[in-house]
Design a protein around this ligand. Structure first.
Ligand SMILES: [Zn+2]
Ligand SMILES: [Zn+2]
Ligand SMILES: [Zn+2]
Length: 337
């Protein structure tokens, strides 16, 4: 990718916490990179100026599509292409893990892709179930395409909705980031579920969900394959998790039938977020087993939705302890309405 040259990213590891931080300097040129105003409305709200709208994207054609789904009329309905402002870059081939003084540093080898659905105004709650299934088809297609590439250890797929959630472009889009390290947040939760499994011979997520289903208090939605819940220990107000009911570790193995059921669950959950919470910004992301060649059968994949109803402040930043102003029992009641 052309734009990679000027924006090769570097990973630096914190000496105390072990956390990797990606320095992707080319990203400061992306739209609204330094504008912290938490409102969606800006000039990119107009489809005429939108880089992801059909006419503009067809005209640009500078990026090769990695995936394109066509509708019956011969128009594209979904496409995946490389991010113009990548956090990880496929042009750098060698991670070249090295020391700098007491620090560990490596090149940001990887892939960063954008998944765009055609309609400028239609987000998950407004799309039909078959159109949401297409999005999860694309998640799976790209996951399978990237998971065995050299140096790739983890693939993160997420959606930012609204400026305060980090979306610099209004047009509905998802991002797929394949990275050469397992990020510390994921590592912590993998470690936690492995430890629980060793101690109890049972999946921690299955145990939690079984208890949630028995109580029903925090369940927002259920179908044959998925449960939508406001977790007992929510980290933010109105946090939502979507779990497969069966113990499944690897998202990329999802079946066609499960994708339909997942799409129903996502449509329901995000529809409630939009209508019952006054359309807040949010982040939605996939947590699944890494693709670094190890076995993670103790893990249980899921989607998480974090509505932006408050901003991290001093206590969170200084201690990592989050303060949640709404009980999940109350949140689930409001979302179920
Ligand atoms: Zn658009
Ligand atoms: Zn499980
Ligand atoms: Zn998670």
């Amino acid at each position: 990718m052309k734009s990679c040259n000027k924006s090769i990213s570097e990973l630096r590891r914190d000496l105390v916490s072990g956390t990797w931080v990606a320095f992707a300097t080319g990203r400061k040129f992306r739209p609204n990179a330094h504008d912290a105003t938490p409102h969606v409305s800006d000039n990119l709200d107009d489809p005429k100026d939108c880089p992801f709208c059909k006419e503009n994207i067809d005209r640009q054609k500078q990026e090769k599509d990695l995936l394109i789904y066509m509708d019956k009329k011969g128009d594209w309905s979904l496409r995946v292409f490389p991010n113009k402002f990548p956090i990880f870059c496929s042009e750098t081939k060698d991670p070249a893990r090295r020391e700098m003084g007491p620090f560990e540093v490596m090149n940001g080898v990887g892939y960063h892709e954008i998944l765009v659905t055609v309609d400028h105004r239609k987000n998950f709650p407004d799309l039909s179930v078959p159109k949401i299934v297409e999005v999860f088809d694309a998640y799976q297609d790209r996951y399978l395409a990237l998971m065995n590439r050299k140096n790739i250890k983890y693939i993160s797929i997420f959606k930012n909705y609204g400026k305060s959630a980090g979306a610099s472009i209004v047009h509905p889009h998802n991002q797929i980031v394949a990275m050469p390290v397992i990020d510390p947040d994921v590592a912590r939760s993998l470690h936690g579920s492995a430890k629980y499994f060793q101690a109890h011979k049972e999946c921690v997520h299955c145990t939690m969900m079984e208890w949630e289903r028995e109580s029903g208090e925090r369940i927002v939605f259920e179908n044959e394959e998925f449960s939508v819940v406001c977790p007992f220990v929510s980290r933010v107000s109105f946090e939502i998790r979507i779990y497969p009911k069966r113990h499944l570790s690897y998202f990329e193995r999802i079946t066609a039938e499960q994708k339909i059921k997942l799409s129903e669950a996502v449509k329901f959950a995000l529809g409630k977020v939009k209508h019952n919470l006054d359309d807040p910004d949010y982040n939605m992301f996939l947590h699944t087993a890494p693709c670094d060649g190890q076995a993670y059968d103790h893990y249980h994949w899921h989607l998480e939705i974090f509505p932006k109803t408050s901003i991290w402040a001093g206590l969170e930043l200084s201690t990592g302890m989050e303060v949640c102003s709404v009980l999940p029992e109350e949140a689930a009641k409001i979302l179920r309405k």
